[in-house]
Design a protein around this ligand. Structure first.
Ligand SMILES: [Zn+2]
Ligand SMILES: [Zn+2]
Length: 283
């Protein structure tokens, strides 16, 4: 199981072996490991509780694996804050759909490509795509884009944001004693769905709250997309808001709500959810 830690710390003797046998430079090899600035608290743990709704070490997107000439597992799939694929927008999986075992590529008895399930040999590229709501996809992308790991490390709100992300299950009210990293992809998706309050997203014919919503947004000016620090602060406050926690920003302003923040975010970035968001903020 030690091989699972190579992404975090590549021992020099292993690096030398890899360099000698593959011709890949030391710089390229170290660029393939997880960044040292990565918030380790958000990594999915290697240990497995055995619970059906418990986390597993590795997630995957079957479409990404199917598109690869040499299928490989992305570094982003190690983060508990991720439930969707950046490229395909679909929900990730963390179990083999055939035997429901966790993905344990380090546990292979023979040298075979890692996209075959260790327990039953199922080709993970064939796995179907689980449903993900547009609002949750936007939320997932928002977290991923806003919290570029570099920005999170250097933002004063970074440590609070990490704590609030870890505490999302209790805010959603569904897994109140659990933290984000202890939950399966399906359970984390469920928590995000609860947080997103899909009922607050506008539906055709429901115009009643539009004026009030626009007025609320005017009270909270939306920062430019490049102002990561301001976005991190907004997201931190939005995630803490429902528990009545004090705002991370100065003053007593209650802060923007999560659905409003996501609406503003989606209107600036292309992809699913944008049409809804444009309607939400009247652009
Ligand atoms: Zn994908
Ligand atoms: Zn299997």
């Amino acid at each position: 199981m030690w091989s699972a830690a190579l992404d975090l710390r590549l021992p020099s003797d292993v690096a030398s072996l890899l360099r000698a046998h593959t011709g890949i430079s030391s710089d390229q090899l170290s660029a393939m490991t997880l960044s040292p600035t990565l918030p380790k608290q958000l990594l999915l743990p290697l240990r497995n509780s055995g619970r059906r709704d418990g986390s597993t070490w590795l997630q995957f997107c079957s479409r990404c694996l199917a598109d690869d000439a040499q299928p490989y597992f992305r570094r982003r799939w190690r983060l508990a804050s991720r439930v969707s694929c950046t490229r395909h927008g679909c929900r990730l999986r963390d179990r083999c759909p055939s035997c429901h075992g966790h993905i344990a590529v380090f546990d292979q008895a023979e040298l075979v490509p890692q996209h075959y399930c260790v327990s039953c040999g199922y080709d993970l590229r064939r796995a179907s795509i689980p449903y993900l709501s547009p609002a949750t996809r936007t939320f997932d992308r928002c977290i991923d884009n806003i919290c570029s790991l570099e920005a999170m490390t250097h933002s004063p709100s970074g440590p609070v944001l990490i704590r609030r992300l870890l505490g999302m299950p209790s805010v959603g009210g569904c897994y109140s004693t659990m933290i984000l990293t202890s939950l399966s992809t399906a359970a984390r998706t469920y928590c995000a769905e609860r947080l997103n309050l899909p009922s607050e997203w506008p539906v055709d014919g429901a115009e009643d709250d539009d004026e009030e919503r626009k007025a609320r947004l005017l009270r909270h000016p939306i920062p430019s997309p490049s102002d990561r620090r301001a976005w991190i602060e907004l997201l931190t406050n939005a995630l803490g808001r429902r528990r009545g926690r004090p705002s991370a920003s100065a003053g007593n302003e209650p802060g923007i709500s999560l659905p409003d923040l996501l609406g503003a975010y989606a209107s600036m970035s292309p992809g699913p959810g944008r049409r809804l968001a444009q309607k939400l903020i009247g652009r």
